[in-house]
Design a protein around this ligand. Structure first.
Ligand SMILES: C[S@@+](CC[C@H](N)C(=O)[O-])C[C@H]1O[C@@H](n2cnc3c(N)ncnc32)[C@H](O)[C@@H]1O
Length: 261
């Protein structure tokens, strides 16, 4: 088990980002929509959005699956409060809980949708075991998550300045596959990178802060960042500026699908 992410800090960071999240979540939207697009429009009795954040996908899940019950679960109470106020979907249970210890009965969910949330889990085997436990026979788990190449430009630029960990570390495709094997037999995993382009580095760092996904890892540097260090960091990032004049930020995105039984 990796202790690099600290749950109270994760919950706190996302709770504080609830108000700003939707305005800066362009990539999160695109990835969640990709995940939904892989699923048919059909009636599914019990659907869960695992790590639902601001609840953006609640109306879309409702429209696509017309569930008798939609369970929107998140670790961050602040996210749920915001979601409840802004997304009035019918038959919805807003639940504060941990994906690694789901407060749900065995064999109770038909579809678990989870977009860009499980990369924050500390113990993936626990998560996969919980998913296998709560899924009904024939139930489905679809997710997106991030791999270790995510924001490699940011990590590289900071490495010129100091040796602190400035970018969250996520696990590799092979490790993800391995950690799932005991619980989710025949997990179908694929990779699809996304590259966002910016005119200025500040746009990227503002977005990361607004999402609440700026570095939360235990090894991150604390304290203020000096002006000279910021200047050196910006200069180091400039080497990635492409021929079109933009600064790239790469996300290594993994999409997974599992059918129970
Ligand atoms: C990047 S946001 C994604 C939110 C939403 N799925 C979306 O695509 O817009 C990640 C969310 O996962 C939640 N999260 C992180 N760790 C979690 C855990 N162990 N259990 C449940 N939710 C968790 C965070 O609180 C946050 O709301």
């Amino acid at each position: 088990m990796s202790a690099q992410f600290l749950k109270p800090q994760i919950a706190d960071s996302f709770s504080r980002a609830a108000e700003s999240y939707d305005s800066v979540a362009q990539l999160q939207r695109r990835i969640g929509h990709n995940l939904l697009a892989g699923l048919d429009h059909e009636t599914v009795p019990v659907v869960m959005d695992l790590g639902c954040g601001t609840g953006y996908f609640a109306p879309l899940l409702t429209e696509q699956f017309r569930p008798q019950q939609l369970i929107c679960l998140d670790l961050a109470q602040g996210m749920l409060e915001y979601a409840k106020q802004t997304r009035a979907t019918p038959n919805t249970l807003w639940l504060c809980g941990d994906a690694e210890a789901l407060p749900l009965a065995d064999n109770s969910v038909d579809l678990i949708f989870s977009s860009l949330a499980i990369q924050w889990c500390e113990n993936l085997p626990a998560l996969f075991s919980e998913v296998a436990r709560v899924l009904k026979p024939g139930g489905r788990f679809v997710f997106s998550t991030l791999g270790p190449e995510t924001l490699f430009e940011l990590r590289d630029a900071w490495s010129v300045v100091d040796q602190f960990q400035h970018v969250n570390r996520f696990i590799s495709f092979d490790t993800l596959q391995q950690q799932a094997t005991n619980y989710l037999t025949q997990l179908n995993l694929r990779e699809a990178p996304e590259v966002l382009l910016y005119d200025q580095l500040r746009e990227l760092t503002t977005e990361l802060k607004g999402i609440g996904a700026h570095n939360i890892s235990a090894g991150r540097q604390s304290g203020l960042t000096g002006k000279a260090r910021i200047t050196a960091f910006k200069q180091a990032y400039e080497k990635f500026r492409g021929a079109e004049g933009k600064l790239p930020a790469t996300y290594q995105v993994f999409y997974g699908e599992y059918i129970n039984g």
